[in-house]
Design a binder for this molecule. Sequence first.
Ligand code: MLT
Length: 271
Amino acid sequence: MLRTRVKDINVAYQIRGQGRPLLLVHGFPLDHSMWRFQFEILATEYQVIAPDLRGFGQTTRGTAPISMKQFAEDLSDLLDALAIFEPVTYCGLSMGGYIGWEFWKNFPERICRLIQCDTRSIGDTELMARGRRQMASRITAQGPNGSTLAADNMVPKLFSEHSAQAVPERVSQLHSIIAGSDYQMIAETQYALARRAEATHWLPDINIPTLLICGEHDAISPADEMQAIATAMPNATIEIIENVGHMAPLEHPQAVNDLIRQFLKQTDSSC
Ligand code: MLT
């Protein structure tokens, strides 16, 4: 991992390859390693940057309040620090996707294509937000063991039954990553997720080429909801991957890589 100072944080990131920049943004509460099956292969044609978000992986927490907008600002600051000023292809998963909407909203000049995997545009309902706040207090109450509680609670929802059978080691690796995360950061980010902006009304204005990828059995960002996102966006296509849950890039890397590479090839002229 490389590290660079960005305002109040030390950002840990991987960067490889040459060509147009492609930013890979992980979900909650994970780190850059969830892209490990995409990173190398995409770096044969693009300059791929995979950071750990503020407070996750090896990136420090800093002092700024946590929000999806703050994460987006951190990414823009990281691009400045890396002297990447041309527009990037932004690729996020789930929370990485929520940050993607904010990145487009706040830094439209920095983005020329969007790849959104297993994500949503709607904000939390009051019921969902309450569930998150309750989970956050349980995690905080447990202290450092709260991360294991979060992992036990989340991991069963992340993979399809098929993937849990086919690639059990990836399920346990993800459990270890969550269990190894900072419990306070997990709790704080739950509050930030509960407060995140409703992005659905932005969708008709996002006219950059967009690829939406969703697992057929995604229990967190259901395929029919992502279909509605595709319909609301003027320049989006959607691909549903069979037998896959919420973690499409980890569950079926080959399918995800093929879709991303094909999309990038087809839309290179607009970037
Ligand atoms: C994620 O994978 O980033 C989370 O499941 C997002 C969420 O909790 O809404």
